[in-house]
Design a protein around this ligand. Structure first.
Ligand code: ATP
Length: 195
């Protein structure tokens, strides 16, 4: 079984996440992608937004009914700062025989050296950089130079959670930025109106 872990804040999850994951699914011939909403991301601590359970529920709505994807509450349940190495150890125990991959956006490459136990991360999973096409290739930091990092071109979807939160705050429509079920959840829960 070929399994990929895709973590993030997902505040909110959007079509950029979905299409990048979908491209990775096909190009890596994966059997399953597990989306893992973070409790608190160490390098993004202090940012306001939706609560962990709300981000978890919206991520479920993003991939609802799609058997390629599953959503894990492992980081939300663990609480505190979410370190990727702990999450990978969890999945290594749960799926010892699986070939494991860690999907990360190319924008996180610059901070990889600051992550907890980067070498251990590379032992536990193959690191796959989702590189949005037309992005200039970035130079890998030293922690990655020797490790087998795989660069995966994904289509460019110019949308971010930050833009979606700003649109909601400004009273603009987010139709098409997120699946309708996620938009309805944001509306119902009154999220991002004054974040
Ligand atoms: P924010 O705007 O709040 O920083 P984000 O939209 O970048 O959020 P995250 O939850 O931080 O979303 O992203 C999780 C992962 O998804 C990261 O690895 C990020 O690089 C990747 N990602 C985010 N947006 C896109 C997109 N439009 N296309 C491809 N990958 C994306």
């Amino acid at each position: 079984m070929r399994l990929a872990i895709f973590g993030g804040r997902f505040d909110p999850p959007h079509v950029g996440h979905l299409l990048a994951a979908s491209d990775a699914f096909e190009r890596l011939s994966l059997d399953r992608i597990v989306l893992v909403p973070a409790a608190t991301q160490p390098l993004k601590a202090g940012q306001a937004g939706a609560a962990a359970d709300q981000r978890l529920e919206m991520t479920r709505l993003l991939v609802e009914g799609d058997r390629r994807f599953e959503v894990s509450r492992v980081e939300v349940d663990r609480g505190g700062l979410s370190f990727t190495v702990d999450t990978l150890m969890h999945f290594a125990t749960q799926y010892p025989a699986a070939e494991r991959f860690l999907l990360v956006g190319a924008d996180v490459l610059g901070s990889f050296g600051q992550w907890r136990e980067p070498e251990r991360i590379l032992e536990l999973a193959g690191l796959v950089l989702l590189e949005r096409q037309s992005e200039a290739p970035l130079a890998a930091p030293s922690a990655l130079r020797d490790g087998g990092v795989r660069r995966l071109p994904t289509r460019r979807i110019d949308v971010s959670s930050t833009e979606i939160r700003e649109r909601v705050r400004a009273g603009r429509s987010i139709r098409g930025f997120v699946p309708d079920a996620v938009a309805a959840y944001i509306e119902r829960a009154g999220l991002y109106r004054d974040s």
